[in-house]
Design a protein around this ligand. Structure first.
Ligand SMILES: NC(=O)C1=CN([C@@H]2O[C@H](COP(=O)(O)OP(=O)(O)OC[C@H]3O[C@@H](n4cnc5c(N)ncnc54)[C@H](OP(=O)(O)O)[C@@H]3O)[C@@H](O)[C@H]2O)C=CC1
Ligand SMILES: CC(=O)N[C@@H](CCC(=O)OP(=O)(O)O)C(=O)O
Length: 339
């Protein structure tokens, strides 16, 4: 199927190109950039040898006729103007936030610009969502932190107080995109950790609350603090929630394992083994571990994923596979690079 990647000079777009190069059914035919339009793909992504001698084109030069699948990996607020030029039958997966939120007021609170609309939320592991994605032409890929928090909490919704959930999560720097920012230069980041968007103002807060409130039928609230970590990629989220019933660590682990037993891309680790970002680098997997902190009767959940993998590009391909009727794991790796 003819496939276009819009925003391919960015980190998420580059990872899409890397994965699509070996996809059995999706063939990349057009690749767009903004300031890098006209440049060789390998001048921005020197690791992508498959695309040698091919150049990025400007978005305005992309011809969407006869295209089957479009991935959009642009900064927030840029997708709607591209979507207007794409035929309505063409399958589109937007990696940005533009179509994730149902509530315009929440969009206005956390993002700039106008709310573009609402598409099917692309997290197949939410019960019932896989079927909706399979029937959709337009899918909104989840945020990277949001994916880790939602997958970490979904199995616990029946035995936690959904009004008392606290999340602290660290992300690698690729999560912030490839454009130059002083706080992301090596001398600022290496050997140092810092919180940012501090005080419950991160834009993934309403996205997580929307998905988990829908899933639980209750008004879920999170307090979320993100941390910038001195690694290129990976997210490690630590989630705690007040338990509403007496339950042991072994019982929670067994309940999580049961919840995800048919999910190919979510691993509930055996007790004693902890999620580790390096194990997920380059893979579409999520790893989860749980424990009951009996001292304060809270559930503690550790979740790791690759922000460019299950947090962005490979998640988007998983969605495209569902939308196109391919095997859900086509072109996706479950093995990470390790250390
Ligand atoms: N990085 C991550 O871990 C994740 C990212 N996402 C989302 O995916 C999207 C892309 O993220 P990421 O790859 O990190 O971002 P980057 O900043 O790395 O890349 C952005 C891409 O958009 C292009 N671009 C920048 N400004 C404009 C503009 N004004 N008009 C058109 N194109 C523009 C860039 O082109 P050029 O460089 O040529 O100027 C580049 O191709 C974002 O919405 C992000 O929130 C979602 C989950 C995780
Ligand atoms: C490290 C870092 O800065 N991460 C970004 C994550 C952005 C992202 O993944 O998702 P969206 O598509 O929702 O923007 C942030 O915290 O804003």
């Amino acid at each position: 199927m003819k496939t276009v990647v819009i925003g391919a000079s960015g980190y998420a777009g580059g990872e899409l190109l890397r994965l699509l190069a070996t996809h059995p059914h999706l063939l990349v035919t057009q690749v767009s950039a903004h300031s890098n339009a006209g440049e060789l793909i390998t001048s921005v992504h020197p690791h992508l040898n498959t695309y040698q001698n091919q150049k990025f084109v400007a978005i305005e030069e992309v011809n969407f006729d006869q295209v089957d699948v479009v991935f959009i990996a642009l900064p927030h607020g840029q997708s709607a103007s591209v979507v207007r030029n794409i035929p309505s039958h063409t399958k589109v997966i937007d990696l940005g936030a533009d179509f994730r939120l149902n509530d315009s007021a929440q969009w206005d609170k956390y993002y700039d610009g106008e709310h573009a609309g609402v598409w099917t939320y692309g997290l197949p592991e939410i019960p019932g969502q896989r079927e909706k994605i399979s029937k959709s032409v337009q899918v909104s890929n989840p945020g990277c932190y949001a994916t880790s928090i939602i997958t970490g909490l979904l199995p616990a919704l029946d035995f936690i107080d959904v009004s008392d959930v606290v999340v602290v999560a660290a992300s690698g720097t690729t999560g912030a995109g490839r454009s130059a920012k002083i706080n992301l230069i090596a001398s600022e980041v290496m050997g140092s950790l810092t919180s940012y968007k501090f005080g419950g103002i991160h834009q993934h807060t309403p996205e997580v609350e929307q998905a988990l409130s829908n899933a639980s039928g209750k008004d879920l609230k999170i307090s979320f603090t993100p941390i910038l970590a001195p690694i290129p990629r990976g997210i490690l989220s630590t989630i705690t929630a007040r338990l509403t019933s007496t339950i042991s660590t072994e019982e929670v682990n067994a309940s999580y394992a049961k919840f995800y037993e048919d999910e190919y891309f979510v691993d509930v680790l055996p007790l004693g083994q902890m999620p580790k970002t390096g194990s997920l680098t380059g893979s579409n997997k999520v790893q989860i571990q749980v424990a009951v902190d009996e001292h304060v009767q809270r559930l503690v959940i550790s979740v790791a994923l690759d922000n460019l993998g299950k947090g962005a590009a490979s998640q988007a391909i998983q969605n495209a596979n569902l939308m196109c009727g391919f095997h859900e794991g086509s072109g996706l790796s479950t093995d990470g690079l390790g250390t």
